[in-house]
Ligand binder design. Sequence first.
Ligand SMILES: *Cc1c(COP(=O)(O)O)cnc(C)c1O
Length: 375
Amino acid sequence: MRDRIYLSSPTMHGEELQYIHEAFDTNWVAPLGPNVDAFEKEFAAYLGEGVHTAALSAGSAAIHLAMILNGVGRDDIVFGSDLTFAATVNPITYLGAKPVFIDSERESWNMDPEALKKAFTLYPNVKAVIYANLYGTPAKLDEISAICREHQVPFIEDAAESLGATLHGKQTGLFGDIGIYSFNGNKIITTSGGGMLASKDEAITKKATFLATQAREKARHYEHKEIGFNYRMSNVVAGIGRGQLLHLDEHIAAKKKIYEQYTEAFADIPQIHMNPYLKDSEPNFWLSCMTIDPDCKVKPLAIMEAFDAENIECRPIWKPMHMQPVYAENDFVKVTDGMSVSEEVFKDGLCLPSDIKNTPEDMERIIGIVRSFFA
Ligand SMILES: *Cc1c(COP(=O)(O)O)cnc(C)c1O
């Protein structure tokens, strides 16, 4: 069996270990410490001026806190992207609130502003909105935020997959009231596990940090007026993050090259379409995905099985939330007649191996397998 080709695995460079060594040398093997403070500052500086951050144990923790900070509680309705990873919407459920799923549009596969508008007519008392930038591709963020503002409903941007992606030059994660990022193992940069909450409002990130450290009040003894969590990032993990951040732009450039290579390699096969993005957006190209025309006899499953047989990792598109057994009772809003856009993309699509350590030979093998189905 040949060496495995990965979908998207961690790529370390060296500085990560240096920062970990510093943590060990100074015995800061604890939550909090100089790496955490520095990582928060360096990350905020990357995003832009006037951004504040709180380093957390996971992107999911950041979403959970973002919901709490927006007052989401029992029996509230929250609108969420339908086509996304379950972690986008599960924290709504942690709080006893109920997600209502919003369909995607075809231009970026993200939350459809038209479906969102319709949802507001159906649920005028919605408490918050959370949308994801799928696979590193910015959503129609201006339209979505305008609709949320018009209804004076807070919106949370799940930029877990889209760190470094921009829409007309502005970083994803900054279009909402709160942005969240993830450093899980296969994300564009990783700390093995971790997350960040970002906001232009320092009061929000301060409160997030407070809730993430067990909501301990400033007092000599242990004083609690609120329920808190153990959600802070550790100083060792933050060291990995500092090292990775130095290479984020390099990772994005390498991911873009992979996307462009696939685009070029399949340009003469009219049944294949690469995942689309908006004209004025610059995705981070975290995962390259493709769809196959629904009336084509080649199906994504056949290609995925061919990859499996060659020890090449690939993945289906996220299964839409409205199709998940655990959310069978939840409402779903779409504006299409018949099948939703999210279901179409799920049915016709797959994620291609997008590991930045792929060699030219690996890419040739992957492309050859796909092309063989269309020969
Ligand atoms: C990875 C991911 C998350 C969760 O982040 P963790 O750090 O794994 O908790 C949330 N939303 C999306 C869209 C993700 O891809």
